[in-house]
Design a binder for this molecule. Structure first.
Ligand code: GTP
Length: 362
């Protein structure tokens, strides 16, 4: 992790919002929820669990709506991942604040809420200290962005107290570039202002309501790493940033950008193939003669490159077969896809039934 304290918050519980359908990440999320989409070959949510565990936060509620059984089947009671999981399922999506209200029985003390698709190294311990020092009812993490037009902007005064929320202002109308980064510290009694069994959002409902009621709402500014992985482009960027060591995951530590990582000895790499780092090669991979992998690249478990195939800057999931002399660059290939020999794929996300072009941030 980057520059974060090792302070622990052992009595603090967390709620993770993982109920959304992940439409912007389609087609990758057609059959699996965003929380299971692999980042460096590990389901995204495992990185979030490791992040929370780093702070001693192990009691976690997952609020679910889209594909809840897939998530429950994978994570179970959480013991395999060193956390204790409780599940709160919504028959109909309840929105971000409604989902937390639905988990109300789980919450007995100051607690943390995380958007389930944010990857960050924000210092949670420091944020909690800030929350307590300000005797706040709610503290919202704030991240500086150049273009505010896709985000909720949060105006604060000199002490950090929130004055106003503005949803998705065009850059010309934004009065500040600090946006709501989707990590909150809340006191349980703020949930009294959230209606039960009703679709209700933090951004447009609870937070403006708290301001109107004169409650103490603060913004915690941070300048560390933050990525909303909700789009194909940003998902791709996160994998690259981790491989290039621009940030680190507490699950795997900070990677060395000059290294090729093999997840297991159980791989079959032809001596005439070339792998240029940074790269991760999953268990059971087969790299054929003359094949070339140019990082940053992730090759998922049980995937194969046939003779002469080339992969340049790609995120390849598990059980993908890349035919001989096929060329892949700047792409995401999901589980079980078969790329025909001599195929040429660039700038796309590919699933067994769909292909979607993506604009990839450099
Ligand atoms: P898109 O469909 O691409 O907009 O993504 P999303 O709805 O999955 O996520 P979005 O970025 O809009 O929401 C932020 C976070 O809140 C994500 O982690 C979602 O899973 C979660 N979320 C959004 N709406 C709900 C809801 O109604 N219930 C629950 N439990 N979580 C939600």
């Amino acid at each position: 992790m980057n520059d974060i304290s090792g302070n622990k918050l052992p009595k603090t519980k967390a709620v993770i919002l993982v109920g959304g359908p992940g439409t912007r990440l389609q087609p990758l999320t057609d059959s699996i929820p965003k929380s299971l989409v692999p980042v460096l070959n590990r389901p995204f949510m495992e990185h979030t669990f490791a992040y929370l565990k780093h702070y001693g936060v192990k009691d976690i509620a997952l609020t679910l709506n889209y594909l809840p059984d897939t998530i429950k089947d994978h994570f179970g009671d959480g013991r395999r991942f060193g956390v204790n999981l409780s599940y709160y399922i919504e028959e109909e999506p309840l929105g971000t604040a409604g989902a937390v209200k639905n988990a109300g029985e789980f919450l007995d003390n100051t607690f943390v809420v995380l958007n389930g698709d944010v990857f960050t190294d924000i210092d949670l311990a420091d944020m909690l200290t800030f929350h307590r020092r300000n005797n706040a009812a709610a503290t919202i993490s704030l991240k500086w962005v150049d273009d505010t037009s896709a985000f909720g902007v949060v105006e604060t005064d000199d002490t950090g107290r929130v004055r106003r929320f503005i949803e998705k202002p065009p850059a010309s109308e934004a009065t500040t570039n600090w946006i709501n980064a989707g990590i909150y510290i809340l006191e349980p009694d703020v949930l009294e202002m959230v209606p039960s069994n009703t679709h209700y959002m933090f951004e447009r409902g609870l937070f403006p309501g708290l301001l109107d009621a004169g409650k103490r709402v603060f913004g915690y500014e941070f300048r560390g790493y933050w990525m909303d992985t909700g789009t194909l482009e940003y998902y791709f960027s996160l994998n690259n940033d981790l491989l290039l060591s621009k940030t680190g995951s507490p699950l795997l530590g900070k990677l060395d950008a000059a290294t090729v990582y093999y997840e297991s000895d159980d791989v079959d790499i032809d001596p005439s193939s070339v792998i240029i780092p940074p790269a991760i090669i999953g268990r059971g991979c087969r790299i054929g003669s003359g094949a070339v992998i140019t990082g940053p690249a992730v090759i998922g478990p049980d995937s194969s490159l046939e003779e002469g195939a080339s992969v340049t800057n790609a995120v390849i999931w598990d059980k993908v077969r890349i035919g001989s002399k096929a060329r892949l660059s700047r792409c995401i290939i999901s589980s079980g896809v078969d790329i025909a020999p001599d195929g040429d794929i660039a700038g796309c996300a590919v699933t067994p039934s769909k292909t979607k072009s993506i604009f990839i941030h450099s």
